[in-house]
Design a protein around this ligand. Structure first.
Ligand SMILES: [Zn+2]
Length: 412
């Protein structure tokens, strides 16, 4: 049983509020995209706080900031952190909270227990959101696992059409050196993050131990029929892609609804050609976003959606085609770390539940080189990606205590 690890709520609040000044937007928002002056300010502050805490600071080739406590026995590192870039605008907590939590946990552990046996590191990762460079999501964690190709920096463009290579040079980073950010010496990565959904609030709990990150697939579907007059063509002689779309949209959403949590399916976009009140359209394009955290169930969910599309198209005489735009495999948390996190929560007397993440996170990239698991902290009204996102200091302190006790167990 780990002793109670004291986390100072005043320090937590001060760190959150001071960090939120970099990119402060409206009353409570933060607009801090990667390689912007605000991002530079935030990473400088993070590095200074790491130094103040007695950590060795290193900035890697893409701009991730690391703070390290060497271990007396050496070996692979136990790492905790998250991203320090935000949506445009986002809030004070998404990502930033995890970067700060790692630093605060290491600081508390060093004060109470001194040097760890194994190396411990806190990290502030860059460009998770893709809010400046949409094709560069998870840029910082992808550099760590070696998943950035040599062409990417010159090819990936931001919303103002600048390349990410230009943006890196402007802040003194050399894109040719990105491969140097690669790490092969990370044993475990634990990411604390806000929940971004309403489940903890509904359950009346401050914290969740995350069992895995959902698999996500995006389909772009096209249904083609025959464009004709809305009055002159009897129903039985139509090839109406809108009618097929309606049946498919209703069917796939209904499937996820009947499966229940944690399956989710969303039809978020639809376009008809032409888009006229008195015309049976020629073509309908729409998207399906389908997610499940269990890899096997995820595959079954996708197969069921595909079967329905084929059945409806065949019955209605429509031509059906689809493209898969995004396909991320589900990423289950490491079973050993899950046990450690739950034991840590019990030792700190923090009530918790188990939950899957419906959103993507840096952890799913880090899983390529390390064992991963996550801690969620309750989000007010389940909100995120907005200046209105909020988590209470009490809940945040509870989450950091679970994190610190887990790191203690792994590294001391
Ligand atoms: Zn995030």
């Amino acid at each position: 049983m780990t002793d109670e690890i004291a986390i100072d709520p005043a320090l937590v609040e001060r760190f959150i509020m001071e960090m939120a000044r970099f990119g402060a937007h409206s009353d409570t928002g933060v607009w801090r995209t990667v390689y912007s002056p605000e991002w530079v300010g935030a990473t400088d502050l993070y590095a200074r706080w790491c130094e103040d805490a007695g950590l060795k600071v290193k900035r890697d080739a893409v701009g991730n900031v690391w703070g390290r406590l060497d271990g007396t026995d050496g070996g692979k590192a136990i790492v905790s952190g998250s991203h320090i870039d935000t949506q445009a605008p986002g809030g004070r907590y998404d990502g930033t909270l995890g970067a700060l939590a790692g630093l605060i946990a290491l600081r508390a552990l060093k004060e109470k227990y001194g040097a760890p046996r194994r190396p411990l590191e806190a990290v502030a990762l860059c460009e998770e959101e893709g809010s400046r460079f949409p094709a560069a999501s998870w840029w910082g964690s992808r550099a760590i696992i070696g998943r950035i190709s040599p062409e990417d920096p010159g090819r990936i463009r931001g919303l103002a059409n600048e390349t990410i290579a230009q943006a890196m040079r402007e802040v003194g980073l050399d894109p040719a050196r990105i491969p140097e950010a690669r790490r092969h010496d990370i044993d475990s990565f634990i990411e604390l993050h806000i929940e971004q959904g309403p489940i903890l609030e509904q359950a009346g709990l401050p914290v969740a131990v995350v069992t895995g990150i959902t698999g996500i697939r995006h389909y772009l579907v096209t249904l083609e029929g025959t464009q004709n007059h809305a009055g002159a063509f009897p129903m039985d002689l139509r090839r109406d892609p809108m009618a097929g779309f309606a049946e498919i949209a209703s069917g796939v959403v209904d499937t996820a609804h009947r499966w229940g949590r944690p399956a989710v399916t969303t039809v978020g976009r639809v376009e008809a050609e032409p888009n006229m009140p008195a015309v049976i359209p020629r073509r309908v394009h729409f998207t399906i976003d389908a997610r499940h955290p269990d890899p096997e169930a995820c595959a079954r969910l996708h197969a069921s959606h595909e079967r329905l599309m084929q059945e409806v198209a065949a019955r209605r005489g429509l031509d059906l085609s689809w493209e898969v735009l995004i396909d991320h495999r589900a990423c289950p948390s490491d079973p050993g770390l899950l046990g450690t996190l739950q034991a840590a929560a019990r030792s700190q007397e923090v009530p918790f539940m188990l939950m899957a993440s419906g959103a993507g996170h840096d952890s799913q990239q880090m899983a390529a080189v390390a064992k991963v698991a996550m801690i969620f902290v309750r989000s007010k009204d389940g909100r995120s990606h907005t200046p209105e996102e909020f988590s209470s200091i009490d809940d945040i302190v509870a989450g950091i205590k679970v994190l610190a006790a887990s790191l203690y167990k792994l590294a001391y």
